[in-house]
Each structure stands twice: as C-alpha cells, then as structure tokens.
Design a protein around this ligand. Structure first.
Ligand code: KG4
Ligand code: ZN
Length: 349
C-alpha cells in the first residue's frame, strides 16, 4: 500500500511517500530560521511559509520517490495531519491533501500528529531497515516541544492516555530555559551540548516537579519559574562561569522527572516494553537514561531509528496511516474533514 502523506502541524513543511512501513521518499522543509529571531514559532509566518513551500515539497517528494510520471496511479491514499498543531499551519496541509484527493480521486486518511510520533519508532528506510516488529502492549512516550504524554497501546491505533502535561511540555521547558540562559530557539539541543561538558551534572538540584504525586501527569512550569528566580538572584559573573552547570542541572530535573514517571507507569501497568517519540528523544543522554531504566526492569525500548524521525516529519504520518487504512479508517466525504488544532489522541474507528 503506497501512501502520500503531508504534515504542516507546526514549523516544518513535510511530505513523504511510504509503502507499508518503508519510506520511498521524504522531504522536510524546516522554517526554523524564520522563527528563530522571534524566539518561538509565529503562526502567521508559519502559515505563509507553508503556503510558499507546500507545492515544491510535494513535487520534490514525488520526484525523489522515483514512482515516475504516473506516480498517482501507484499511490493508494493521501494521509494528512489533522491536529494537534497550529490551526493556520494545519490548514495549509489539509487544503493540499483535499486538492490532491479531488484531483486524483484518492481517499484521505486523517492522522493525529501524536500517532505519528508514536509510530516513528517503526518507520523503515527504503530497504526495509530496521526490521524490528511490534510486540504489544507498549507504553508509548511522546516527548516533544508541545507534548509530554504516556500512552498505553494494546494494539494498532488504540490508545489510552495514562498521563500528560498539565502546563509546559518537556521540550517547551528546555526551550524556555535556553532562552533564559541567553540562547535561541529551539533550545533543547543547546542545553544538551552545554550539559555534555559538565562533571557535576546536578550541581544546583532544581525541584523535581510532581515527582511525589502518584499520578502520571507532568508539570514543568514550576521548574521553569524556579530557574527564573534562581537566575534573578545569581550574580552575573557566576551565571557566566556556571552556565553549563545550570543548563545541566535543569536538564537533569526535566529528565529525572520523565524517567521516574515512566518507572511509575511500568510499575502500575506491569508493561515493560517502551517506545519513545518526539523531538526531545534526539537527546543521547536521555536515551541512555531510558536504556538504564528498562534494563533495571528487564524490559525493552525502541527509539526512532533515524535522526530525522525524532522531529516533525511526514514519514511517521504515512506509517501510522498505513495501520489506519488496514482498519478501514479513512474519510468518505472530504467536506466533513476539518483541521483539529486541539485534536486529542483518541481511538478512531
Ligand atoms: O517533535 P518536535 O520536533 O516538535 C513538536 O511537535 O513539538 O520537538 C521539538 C522539541 C523542541 O522543544 C526542541 O528543543 C526539542 O524538541 N529538542 C531537543 C533536542 N533536539 C530537539 N531536546 C533535547 N535534546 C535535544 N537534542
Ligand atoms: Zn511533533
């Protein structure tokens, strides 16, 4: 089954062609340089950039797929991210999907962006690697700039949210901390780099949010505030000389919280197979923390196998769409289809 998928949920204009779990072609046009100077994503600029690039990105994806000039004869479905994301940005992908659907008479498979991040660990390259297979049930973690969720997955396209962020997401907290330390957007990778050079990784031991609560909810807003007041009273000289230690201690507080909550989820559900998706899992140090955790519990862990699959991309949307199509989930009437900026992760039937 060949699927052309589109994701314009945030600041990446992305298109992919997948066959089952295999990626035939994948194009991601990042807007990061446009938003950088504003310190975060500006919706109206994102919309304009998506509009300017979407045709090129789709055409480039078709060209790279090598499906030839009659590619749409070989494509079975169009998949598109319906939400969650920025309304104005989602709109652009949705409109393009509808246009292609009408022109080539293909049904649309709407995909939740979070489903995509969950399936990103199972995306294969054009040769079908890595081979890894499914072994349900899973505890699936989505750790990105806008989400921090623990999801129980008993089978394909079935989700039960066990815990989610109640204010800032983990990536958002790292981005805000980086900004407070004088670095640009996005900040997670900068914090990782600073922290790598530190000996005493938890010198300032910031508070671990919600660590003692029994539930699996995440809250990083208090941690962000504590960094703010910490920096406010710290002499400028010390701030400069200790910037790496501050970054590392902050990262440690975020990651320890994630690991502890995951451990709580393992204990509560007795499920030890973990999959993790989302931009923050690009972080090597966090991956190692997860590896240690599952080793302790004799479990297993999967991460997105290629770097581009941690951030936003359409290949993961295409793979999630494949399992939806297998269950007969697609749209019969495009008129009823609309973007859902606050689309919760729910079972679709
Ligand atoms: O999944 P993603 O690309 O976009 C959303 O759907 O939100 O995630 C972006 C987030 C940003 O907060 C960014 O700072 C974070 O992922 N990130 C990292 C790293 N690379 C990106 N966080 C920690 N370490 C990294 N190496
Ligand atoms: Zn994302």
């Amino acid at each position: 089954m060949v699927i052309l998928s589109i994701d314009t949920s945030c600041d990446e204009t992305a298109c992919a062609i997948t066959e089952g779990r295999k990626v035939l072609s994948n194009v991601i046009y990042s807007q990061v340089l446009i938003h950088k100077k504003w310190g975060g994503v500006v919706p109206s600029l994102a919309k304009r950039a998506h509009e300017e690039r979407i045709d090129f990105v789709v055409e480039e994806t078709l060209r790279k797929s090598k499906l030839g000039s009659h590619a749409f004869q070989l494509i079975d479905y169009i998949a598109v991210t319906q939400g969650p994301g920025l309304a104005m940005a989602l709109e652009v992908g949705m409109r393009k999907a509808k246009e292609l659907s009408l022109k080539y008479n293909k049904k649309i498979i709407p995909v939740n962006h979070l489903e995509g991040h969950i399936y990103s660990s199972f995306v294969q390259n054009g040769k079908g690697n890595p081979l890894r297979d499914f072994s349900f049930p899973y505890l699936a973690l989505i750790i990105s700039g806008s989400h921090t969720d623990i999801v129980l997955m008993k089978g394909h396209i079935t989700y039960e949210i066990l815990g989610e962020k109640i204010d800032d997401a983990a990536g958002e907290a790292l981005d805000k901390a980086a900004r407070m330390l004088g670095f640009g957007y996005p900040g997670g990778a900068v914090i990782e780099r600073l922290a790598q050079e530190v000996k005493n990784i938890d010198e300032y031991h910031f508070p671990r949010p919600m660590l003692h609560s029994k539930n699996l909810q995440f809250s990083f807003s208090g941690l962000k505030t504590s960094l703010f007041y910490f920096l406010k009273i710290m002499p400028e000289k010390e701030k400069i000389s200790k910037i790496k230690e501050i970054a590392s201690s902050f990262q440690e507080a975020v990651f320890e919280t994630i690991i502890k909550k995951t451990e709580d989820a393992i204990k509560q559900t007795c499920i030890k197979n973990i999959i993790v998706g989302g931009g923050v899992i690009a972080n090597t140090y966090l991956r190692n923390k997860f590896r240690k955790l599952v080793k302790k519990h004799d479990g297993s862990i999967l991460f997105p196998p290629y770097p581009y699959l941690t951030g936003d991309n359409a290949a993961m949307i295409g793979v999630a769409a494949y399992y939806k199509a297998e269950k007969g989930i697609f749209v019969e009437d495009n008129e009823t289809l609309d973007r859902l900026p606050r689309f919760p992760l729910v079972n679709s039937t």
